[in-house]
Design a protein around this ligand. Structure first.
Ligand code: HEM
Length: 308
């Protein structure tokens, strides 16, 4: 029985901390680095049990370039770099980075403490290149004012959508993670009448209901990301959170876990490139991706194997 990292499956948290790391120039993830990473799940478990009210959970993921230094030639079947989408007319940049720490809790102080310990310990090998504090906004809304996460899989389906299964037995219980930091153009969004905002998203704003097919443009966000194959809707598990400061960037830290990277890549392609049906996602007239990265989040057991 393999155990997935605690940060993947649970329902949305009030706080999230997203940290991207890049290998320091000329440094390799040596034995000492691997030993430290192998004990990390234990440290997470201790922090969680010392602060039960915080509901602290964590996920640590590694990118395709770093992977061989950690696990040699043994790699998840579909681990690859963030996709470059052919024909894209909206930006979907790939950020040069090797590792992500994704922490969630009801208390931000616990996230801070955990991230600080991690960053100090990893400082010999990795530089932190971006730290973003995500927060729940109202009743789980994005800063656009629309509820985000409604159509996420629920209960047992979350695991079957997000976790690698028997198809890749060495990496069972792991998950492919994609992130993109979006910066919203709040001024132009706020000038848009609600009816038009609803046509951009494909759902009603206040009551969060899906628009009827006749009212839902092919350019609506929902129309772009709902993809049916063989009669089944393709699914990802989103753990996105709003972030921002009143005087700086604000938007959504998009976060998706899945048992395969293929689905995120297909959805993103239908958002940014008009190759499928001549349309792109009109949400991207109001929000722009400024980072993007792909990782594999190994199971707790696979993380511990780094110490062998
Ligand atoms: C649904 C917002 C980016 C995939 C939604 C919904 C909102 C939303 C408001 C409707 C409620 C819900 O079911 O969660 C945003 C914003 C984004 C963004 C503000 C960035 C600016 C993305 C990206 C992807 C994606 C990059 C995947 C590549 C999905 C999926 C759904 C969804 C799969 C559920 C569709 C359904 O089953 O009805 N998003 N989203 N979103 N979004 Fe996004």
């Amino acid at each position: 029985m393999t155990t997935p990292q605690s940060g993947i499956l649970p329902a949305a948290s009030s706080n999230g901390l997203f940290m991207l790391f890049r290998r320091r120039l000329g440094r390799r993830a040596d034995q000492a680095c691997k030993q430290w990473l192998a004990q990390w799940p234990e440290q997470v478990a201790q922090l969680a049990s010392a602060n039960p009210d915080a509901q602290f959970v964590a996920a640590l993921g590694f990118g395709a370039d770093l992977w061989p230094e950690l696990y040699g030639l043994d790699k998840p079947a579909k681990l690859r770099a963030f996709p470059r989408i052919a024909g894209a007319i909206h930006p979907a940049p790939a950020t040069q980075c090797d590792m992500i720490l994704h922490l969630r809790a009801e208390r931000f102080d616990v996230l801070y403490e955990c991230a600080d310990q991690f960053t100090q310990a990893m400082g010999e090998w990795f530089d932190a290149i971006e730290t973003i504090h995500g927060f729940r906004y109202r009743d789980q809304r994005d800063l656009t004012g629309f509820v985000d996460g409604t159509e996420n899989p629920e209960q047992a389906e979350r695991a079957s959508v997000a976790l690698v299964g028997a198809e890749d037995p060495t990496w069972i219980g792991g998950s492919y993670l994609h992130i993109q930091r979006y910066v919203h153009r709040m001024e132009s969004w706020n000038k848009l009448p609600v009816k038009q905002q609803e046509a951009v998203i494909g759902r009603t704003k206040e009551s969060d209901e899906e628009l009827a097919d006749d009212d839902k443009p092919l350019t609506a966000h929902i129309s772009r990301v709902v993809i049916e194959e063989d009669g089944e809707e393709l699914q990802i598990l989103r753990q996105s959170l709003p972030y921002g400061s009143p005087s700086g960037d604000k938007g959504l830290y998009f976060t998706s876990y899945c048992k395969t990277p293929d689905i995120f890549e297909k959805m993103l392609a239908r958002m940014v490139a008009p190759t499928a049906d001549g349309r792109v996602d009109h949400l991207l007239n109001y929000s722009r991706a400024v980072t993007g990265a792909a990782f594999f989040v190994p199971s707790v057991d696979a993380l511990k194997r780094l110490g062998d």
